[in-house]
Write a protein that binds this ligand. Structure first.
Ligand code: PHE
Length: 347
């Protein structure tokens, strides 16, 4: 009599032949029922018979029967895939898991210098100033001549820049916008002009060949140096807080008379470090130039200096931002290191 093992082997051979003939889903379903069906399945039947196998062989025979059942299941699965029915695992991976958290994308943010420029603009807008901009490529006339720098004036040396032609250059300051504004508008004038400027500078912690300035200009009847001083002190205190120390130092600019430079105490070393790379150990750092508009400049734009007076200033935004943030390097702003920039992303 055939042993239980022989029966399994026989069924196996038969299954292989029948399985290879399966051509469609219906035949596959029949195959599955024929062998694995819960009531009349041939494999299922063998499990019933296993119960009456002598104890001594049960273990071995049971293992062989289980292996056969697994191979039938795998074959049915493989035929299903061959017929184009996606396997259960495919079905899972084809559907997105809607319970997963979404992926956050970094959308970028305003540059810290722009945020700082906007802070400056808000203070002046609050005092009734308007904002005007001028071109970064200027003519010699607007950058120098109209501002009272004659062609060979030595003051031009400290404002050296890149020339595009003999007459066109990258502006060295935002002061040419003063001229452009006064050509267009009649007093009273109350404007600020932010923008990028260029100079032949070797980069160091407090100098860059390209940086941002904001120019301010006030022209009206009866404007005095007291307005200049009061406005700039108010502005600096609004930006740095009431406690910051400010000093006005006499200076020279061809387009203002008298002129003053304004220093604030060095926030990086607080005047404590004799070898501070920001203030050079002086405890002070210059942040802007200013002065009363020179009568010759008024004449150049057909404003009567007997009737009107005015004052102007030009502030270095990068340097002021560096002090406000309390970092010892202006170059950080341009290195595009996200570890630095992300600290100012206020979102
Ligand atoms: N334009 C000057 C500079 O770049 C600053 C300044 C502006 C001085 C306005 C006086 C009046 O240094």
């Amino acid at each position: 009599m055939a042993t239980f093992k022989d029966r399994i082997e026989g069924l196996k051979g038969e299954f292989e032949t029948v399985a290879d003939r399966v051509k469609d889903a219906k035949a596959l379903e029949d195959l599955k029922n024929k062998y694995l069906g819960r009531k009349k399945g041939l494999v299922t039947g063998l499990f019933e018979e296993l119960k009456s196998v002598p104890e001594a062989e049960k273990r071995e025979d049971g293992r062989a029967l289980n292996e056969f059942k697994q191979s039938v299941l795998m074959k049915v699965e493989a035929i299903g895939v061959r017929l184009g029915r996606p396997s259960p695992t495919d079905q899972i991976s084809n559907h997105p898991d809607l319970t997963l958290p979404g992926r956050l994308r970094y959308v970028g943010a305003a540059h810290p210098l722009i945020l700082f420029q906007e802070e400056i603009e808000r203070i002046f807008l609050g005092m009734g100033y308007t904002i005007e901009e001028g071109p970064e490529i200027e003519t010699d006339y607007y950058n120098f001549e109209a501002l009272n720098f004659p062609p060979h004036h030595p003051a031009r040396d400290s404002w050296d820049t890149l020339y595009i032609t003999d007459d066109l250059l990258l502006r060295t300051h935002t002061s040419p916008v003063q001229i452009r504004v006064m050509e267009k508008k009649k007093p009273p004038i109350l404007v600020i002009n932010p923008g990028r400027v260029f100079r032949r500078e070797t980069p160091d912690p407090t100098h860059l060949p390209m940086f941002l300035q904001v120019e301010g200009l006030v022209v009206d009847e009866g404007v005095t140096f007291a307005h200049l001083k009061g406005t700039l002190e108010y502005f600096i205190h609004a930006l740095f807080g009431e406690k910051i120390k400010v000093r006005f130092r006499p200076s020279f600019f061809p387009f203002t008379e008298p002129s003053a430079e304004v220093d604030i105490e060095c926030i990086v070393c607080e005047g404590q470090d004799k070898s501070c790379r920001v203030c050079g150990g002086t405890g002070w750092k210059e942040i802007l130039g200013s002065g009363m508009v020179d009568p010759q400049v008024f004449k150049n734009v057909n404003i009567d200096p007997e009737k009107y007076s005015g004052w102007a200033f030009g502030l270095g935004i990068d340097r002021t931002a560096m002090l406000a943030i309390g970092i010892p390097e202006m170059r950080y702003f341009y290195e595009n290191d996200l570890r630095f920039l992300r600290q100012f992303d206020l979102k």
